[in-house]
Ligand binder design. Structure first.
Ligand SMILES: CC(C)(COP(=O)(O)OP(=O)(O)OC[C@H]1O[C@@H](n2cnc3c(N)ncnc32)[C@H](O)[C@@H]1OP(=O)(O)O)[C@@H](O)C(=O)NCCC(=O)NCCS
Length: 243
């Protein structure tokens, strides 16, 4: 990870475009695993807001229906190291939360066993203090507030606009969607999924493999493998023409 990723977002972006204009940016070449929505989004963010250059996509051979994706070569994962050797190319596994993140975790492990370094992207518009301990194959979108002393494991996706309170820990292979409030000192076990607008009170532990549904308010520790939901909006007696 380039050390200047820890600059504040705007400064990082200015430095990046200056280096690109001057031809000084050393763009590291990356192959993305996946051809789904997340892969398309990851390609966009890496192209517009990073020192990485996406050069190809890869998926399992049985899923290859064409030779290109987003105008870049699409090659079988089984033999990707022949065309894009791990010594020269890095990889990012862009798979969503399907199967409670286990599909992404499996491909993450396979990519590592093939010898690839897995990149971590942090948006230049993410607010953090530069001391966040963060693993590989993470993708951190814009408008986060990541407070000091936060630790984020490997293969964690943090979609846009979350609050991650001080001293919180997020385990490996988690997916945090958007506008989630993780209060300070919270521990999130591995393979968890947190839906939009979920709220976790401070100091609790979310056990591994939990699903916290959209809008749920969690006030106590959870048990491994459980699902929590909040209360859905109710239909009001008057229709909108009355207002
Ligand atoms: C918790 C969750 C995984 C359950 O999924 P599911 O079992 O497929 O649930 P369904 O959508 O079939 O809903 C079943 C019932 O539970 C209710 N329900 C489901 N999730 C709910 C939630 N988060 N809050 C309140 N009620 C919920 C539904 O309203 C529905 O009620 P009904 O039978 O009275 O109509 C899911 O609803 C959820 O919250 N997903 C997260 C969505 C999200 O954040 N998406 C962003 C992705 S980036």
């Amino acid at each position: 990870m380039p050390s200047d990723e820890w600059l504040d977002g705007a400064q990082y972006k200015r430095n990046l475009s200056k280096r690109r204009i001057l031809g000084l940016a050393i763009l590291q070449k990356v192959v993305i695993f996946g051809t789904g929505v997340f892969a398309e989004v990851a390609h966009f963010y890496l192209t517009h807001d990073s020192d990485y250059k996406v050069v190809a996509f890869t998926v399992d051979r049985k899923f290859i229906k064409r030779k290109h994706f987003l105008d870049l070569p699409l090659v079988p994962f089984e033999s990707v190291q022949k065309t894009y050797p791990p010594g020269k190319f890095k990889m990012f596994v862009a798979v969503g939360y399907k199967n409670l993140n286990k599909t992404r975790a499996a491909k993450y492990a396979e990519a590592k066993s093939k010898g690839y370094s897995l990149i971590t992207y942090i948006s230049s518009r993410c607010v953090h203090w530069g001391d966040t301990k963060i693993g590989d194959n993470c993708f951190i979108f814009e408008n986060q507030t990541i407070q000091p002393f936060v630790k984020i494991g490997n293969d964690v996706v943090i979609w846009s606009g979350n609050h991650i309170g001080h001293h919180s820990t997020i385990g490996d292979h988690c997916f945090i969607s958007s506008h989630v409030v993780i209060s300070g000192n919270t521990k999130i076990g591995s393979y968890c999924f947190l839906g939009v607008n979920a709220t976790l009170r401070d100091g609790i532990s979310i056990a591994e493999k939990c699903i916290i549904g959209a809008g749920a308010l969690i006030m106590r520790d959870t048990k491994k493998g459980t699902v929590y939901i909040g209360k859905a909006g109710e239909l009001y007696s008057n229709d909108s023409s009355k207002f």
